[in-house]
Design a protein around this ligand. Structure first.
Ligand code: ZN
Ligand code: ZN
Length: 383
């Protein structure tokens, strides 16, 4: 059997002060049609009461036990930034920031710095701290930082607030000393950088957070005996793909925004079933609208996805299609929440449970009842 798992990032919502959720409010004939053909339920993606991020959400959906296999956010960010990791490396998420000479944080984002920062990246990577490391700038004020061969975990340096000093890293002696030396030298080197002369908020510090020790895990294929691929533009989801040894399929015009090429993503997923047993498609913008508290935008995006869902519906004779979200991102909250997400599974051989509408509240009445994210692969493989 072949499978397509469509993850509409953060699409799930709650009624809150709006009478309906965006999914209930939106006109979604194709979501509803697939729901009416299949079995439905709701899902605690990580577990009841736990707020998932895109990384923990996707890993759970792929059947990974977070307690055993979650490496922390840093390694997944670094992998998503196309950095290579080896066992024993520590990876962090990195913020380009502004500090005073006594290392008090003035701005955690260096005035929301953007553009080409290769000069800064090069300067950072030239610092000598007695251990191998690599810094990579990604977008805006963000980047990833890998300390090679540390062996054991050390703590973050990002104090997460302005007015506080850069934290001293603790933990494994040699590695934490190297990280602390990095903080010191980072300021000395970056503060003198020509690009900083004209900046009110000089980009003179790299703050490190989300520390995680990289350890290889069983690949998606080893876990499920399915050859898997991922279609996603979000770096963190791509990081999950690298982490689990799944191939990434590129789609022209896919960009993580409202204008993304949904048609191309769905078409690529269906075509990929020639070579793969399982394709995960992530569509991102629903989450962004949730974060922005933009109800209308989220409705618009859901309808946009719906407009292309016929491509997946037409493939139902040849594969199983599951549709869900990696977490809720309620517009009323402007962030992720622990609320369960709707899930629908349809395809050849699956008998309808007569739920006619794909939504958080309708799916709750379906025959799947309330499941956990980690159970999804097991349920899919039953068909
Ligand atoms: Zn997400
Ligand atoms: Zn989000």
């Amino acid at each position: 059997m072949k499978y397509i798992l469509l993850v509409c990032d953060g699409m799930s919502d709650v009624r809150g002060k709006n009478e309906k959720t965006p999914l209930e409010f939106a006109d979604t004939p194709n979501f509803d049609s697939i729901a009416s053909l299949g079995i439905n339920g709701i899902m605690d993606v990580v577990k009841k009461g736990v707020v998932p991020n895109s990384d923990t959400g996707h890993l759970s959906l792929l059947g990974y036990d977070l307690k055993k296999h979650y490496p922390g956010r840093g390694p997944l960010e670094a992998l998503g930034a196309e950095m290579k990791l080896n066992e024993g490396d520590i990876a962090f998420r990195a913020n380009i920031a502004t500090v005073e000479s006594d290392l008090t944080v003035v701005d955690r984002r260096a005035g929301r710095i953007k553009g080409d920062l290769s000069e800064l990246e090069e300067a950072v990577n030239s610092i000598d701290i007695g251990m191998d490391f690599e810094f990579k700038h990604t977008v805006g004020h963000r980047g990833a930082f890998v300390l090679r061969g540390a062996g054991k975990i050390v703590s973050d340096t990002d104090p997460h607030k302005e007015g506080a000093k850069v934290l001293k890293s603790k933990g494994q002696k040699k590695a934490s000393a190297a990280v602390n030396l990095f903080t010191k030298k980072c300021y000395e080197v970056l503060n003198e950088l020509p690009m900083n002369r004209e900046r009110d908020l000089p980009a003179n510090m790299i703050l490190l957070r989300g520390a995680g020790l990289y350890k290889e895990v069983p690949s998606f294929y080893e876990m499920h005996k399915l050859k898997g691929a991922v279609i996603a533009t979000v770096a963190l989801v791509r990081g999950v793909a690298y982490f689990t040894g799944m191939d990434i399929l590129e789609v022209e015009g896919a960009n993580g925004t409202e204008d993304t090429n949904i048609h191309g993503k769905f078409k690529t997923a269906v075509d990929a079933l020639e070579n793969y047993d399982f394709v995960l498609v992530n569509v991102k913008a629903t989450d962004n609208f949730g974060h922005d508290g933009n109800f209308e935008g989220k409705v618009r995006m859901i309808q946009k996805i719906d407009g292309q869902l016929g491509i997946l519906e037409n493939a139902l004779d040849d594969c199983i299609v599951a549709i869900t979200a990696d977490h809720s991102t309620p517009v009323s909250k402007g962030g992720h929440s622990a609320d369960p997400v709707p899930i629908c599974i349809a395809g050849n051989g699956i008998k309808s449970d007569r739920i006619g509408k794909f939504s958080e509240y309708d799916c709750a009445k379906g025959s799947l009842k309330r499941i956990k994210g980690i159970e999804l692969m097991k349920i899919l493989k039953k068909y």
